[in-house]
Ligand binder design. Sequence first.
Ligand SMILES: [Fe+2]
Length: 381
Amino acid sequence: MSSIHRAVLRQAEATPESRLPPGIQPLPRPPAMGRAVELAFLRWEKRDLVSTENFWRDFGLHIVSRSADALVARGTGTSACISIATKGRVNRFVGPAFRMSDGTDLERFVRDMGARPIPPDRIPGGGRGVELADPAGRSVWLLQGQTPVDALPVREPLVADMNTAFFAPRVNRTIRAPLEPAQVVRLGHVVMQTVDFPRLADWYQRVLAIIPTDVQYLADGSPALAFFRLDLGDQPADHHTVVIVGGIEEKYEHSAYEVVDLDALGQGQQVLRAQGHRHMWGIGRHVLGSQLFDYWIDPDGFEYEHYTDGDLFTADFETAYSPLEFGGIWAWGDDAPASMKPRKTVGTLLRVLGLLRRKAITPQRLKLLGEALDAPARPWA
Ligand SMILES: [Fe+2]
């Protein structure tokens, strides 16, 4: 018998913050000015609202209103709006809007950070709010007093009726998930890349009181990626609502939308494929956050994620640290596409040279980031 090469699979281990070895730097936790209780909606500027609307419908969003200048969509949950696109000259992610706790003093952001009141007629779902610019120049809305709407009907999850080797409730019955767009229940999270990771992580923690659930560090022990959850006290919050990724540009990475269950994810994929949309990655399961995921690309190149079965944590759960590795993004499923990494093009090279010249990034950090992304993800990948 010939000898067979046995490839070794491994998974990076996470370390709780209280047991961090000396070489790994904890992520600084600044005092917060307010507390976010929900990622309310995302704002977009789009040249073509019709193609955006078609994608949103096939992706499982519900269109609330549409005019020549604006498109508003919701999920089946109780938020009046989870996404707004206004007609503009460029296609861009304008920024996120957060619902803040009743105890948050919005005036403080006006006094201390130069926030500006938002005209109430611009806020879908009503209420009041202020607008801030984050360090990357994105417009961030902080809102209070939104009126919840009635939830839309959505089918029951099929999970409770799932047969396993040890528990089989489904006898003389079948499982038939409807072939329809994956009904989006709510907006889950937004991921943003930045050149200045410490600065953006500090800013969002200060403004929103978000808690790092998982932090990933480079080989020199410096944090370079953080998954933040909302501080909802004893109430469970998603593993992450905001993710900040250190990289080589200021960029929207993706936003994620919770669907009813795995069968919705699968049937929704078939609908999006049938309508000719661009599939990106999935179905698979993430490691940090544990979600079952499926990634799509909208007509203007922006990434959207369907997910289900994510982890939940209360505010007291300890922050964990793990090494940043490309292969650590997914537990199983399709291999992550190369498009998730910076393309090795002349454009990328020029951008990197510009960053080095401006001293926005050190050669050492760039090298460590490159090593983290280029480490072989799987023996076959
Ligand atoms: Fe995600």
